[in-house]
Design a protein around this ligand. Structure first.
Ligand SMILES: [Cu+2]
Length: 258
């Protein structure tokens, strides 16, 4: 099913902001195609018109043609429109205009490592438990402090991101080792993940279904294999899964306390 999703052109877009990214990509491709054809015709014309012929000498002086000057002005002006009119608004929306708490966003922490994505959900209390590098272990990949009361209902998944549809998701991205890049192609979101930094991103899904999370930064030998499942649930499905998972690991915690 995933194969058919990621076809020959852009993958499907299931995000609220993605149409703006796609529009920009499409406009740029049509524009570059037009320039390619235009320059190609001009180049071919020059090859024939100015070919070496007996009795003709090459002039190395730059011509002062109005047409070429204006075509370059037009190209520069159009590029300015692309940048100011199309790129900057969507960039601002994704980078600066975060959803407010009234929109009931779901907050997540995402911890990248070679070669996996860890997702930290705060649980019913909405508060993330403390994490510390010295607590990291094979069975505690993000170093969650289970003695912290806020950690009691926290949920941590590995390469398994599940989110509700039609609700903003705000993620704080960080990395345990090297630079990774958090990428959800169908969500039109991609952000470098830097060790020692906390970088927030947000997105909102418009459709339920199964998709993929990838790493877009060459981060080591198994970079190609650094991928996770993305499941977009309906609001009710998500609540059921979340309550089930976040409330269901009490026994495990007791074991760890011993
Ligand atoms: Cu990576």
């Amino acid at each position: 099913m995933l194969d058919s999703l990621y076809g020959y052109w852009l993958p499907p877009d299931i995000s609220t902001h993605g149409y703006q990214v796609d529009r920009l990509i499409n406009v740029i491709h049509w524009f570059m195609g037009a320039i390619f054809v235009g320059w190609g015709i001009f180049f071919t014309y020059c090859l024939i018109r100015f070919r070496a012929r007996p009795g003709h000498r090459a002039s190395h002086q730059l011509p002062k043609a109005k047409a070429s000057k204006w075509s370059e002005v037009c190209v520069a002006a159009f590029e300015a429109v692309l940048l100011i009119g199309f790129s900057m608004p969507v960039w601002a929306q994704i980078k600066n205009e975060f959803p407010t708490e009234e929109q009931k966003p779901l907050h997540l922490r995402i911890v990248a490592e070679q070669f996996a994505w860890n997702f930290h959900y705060p649980g019913a209390d909405g508060e993330f438990g403390r994490t510390a590098p010295e607590l990291m272990a094979a069975d505690n990949l993000i170093g969650l402090d289970y003695d912290d009361p806020a950690a009691a209902d926290d949920l941590v998944t590995n390469n398994d991101l599940r989110i509700p549809v039609d609700r903003p998701i705000i993620c704080d991205l960080t990395s345990k080792d090297v630079i990774h890049s958090f990428w959800i192609p169908v969500m039109r979101i991609k952000q470098d993940v830097i060790p020692g930094m906390k970088i927030p991103i947000w997105f909102q899904a418009t459709q339920t279904g199964d998709y993929q999370v990838a790493c877009a930064q060459l981060c080591g030998n198994n970079h190609y294999n650094m991928k996770g499942d993305l499941t977009v649930y309906s609001a009710a499905e998500f609540e059921a899964w979340y309550a089930d998972m976040a409330g269901g690991d009490d026994e495990e915690e007791e074991e760890e306390d011993e």
